[in-house]
Design a binder for this molecule. Sequence first.
Ligand SMILES: *Cc1c(COP(=O)(O)O)cnc(C)c1O
Length: 356
Amino acid sequence: MVHVNETFTKLPGSYLFSEIAHRVAAFQAAHPDVRLIRMGIGDVTQPLPPAAITAMHRAVDDLAYRETFHGYGPEQGYPFLVETICEHDFRRHGLKVTPDEIFVSDGAKSDTGNFGDLLDTDNRVAVADPVYPVYVDSNVMAGRAGHLGADGRWSGITYLPCTAENGFKPLPPSERVDVVYLCSPNNPTGVALTRSDLAAWVDYAREHKTLILFDAAYEAFVRNPDVPHSIYEVPGAEECAVEFRSFSKTAGFTGVRCGYVVVPRSVKVWTADGVAVALNALWNRRQCTKFNGASYVTQRGAAAIYTPEGQEQVRRLIDYYHENARTLLEGTRRVGLEAYGGEDSPYVWLLSLIHI
Ligand SMILES: *Cc1c(COP(=O)(O)O)cnc(C)c1O
């Protein structure tokens, strides 16, 4: 008899989105003349930058000829993309990331969800609250989350409250945690962590041998000079942090699928006997076994984002979403709602509800 991986059966359905759909339908039925703007579930709305489209058209043509055809590519990503990422996103900003520390993927959801493959089930995991659900659910699937309480929280997970009182910033806990997911700028609150906020986390991580899984999917939205684009701007982070990036929000790649993860060679994890193991080699092994690379066409499109035209087009896209966020923030505040975020992020977080 085939046995199920029971951790999967522990996961409740996602009641949040069905509840939202239910309430919206009821409201619309009661108020058929009201024009609704739905702001609950996000996706990009603008088409891809023309530079990416042109590059992908060309890449499709490459596949049509024996001389330029591409089959399986390197699991870690094509050098033309990896080198470009390394130069533009890190070296140019004085950060010492090397190409062999970059792994191109089909997006940050897969990477953040898969990374737990490398970590034992006995690790204590911390997440911000509220949180991007992937971090919690992938730990439930891995059997790392314990039991679901009546309050909707898992016994094996440490929740770091993000409230108006602490500016929606997760703070290092007094207890020890082994792994922490940090997302800055944050989905869903729209709040970003400053250099000193991140320095406090890096100090904590180095003291406790904690691994920071840093999700920088919204890095392109950062405007405040005190907010780092990369956690590696904080000294010491290269010893304790892995960074996830995505082209989804930066360049409208949600449907194309491309992202990457930085796993510095100096980040270590430990065996039960206290032997240090380099995470970079483990992730490389994991990817080579379970992933065959992002498509050639996709990677050509992603590389085009870094050309001067691509950069200019991306800048305009980000400006557009910033303007939406600013309109939302100002509009919601004007009608008396308590709203946060929207400055280093496309997201605005509302604390109060409108009762019509
Ligand atoms: C959108 C998003 C991602 C990126 O997902 P992709 O798989 O790259 O599309 C990652 N993390 C967070 C918090 C996000 O909101």
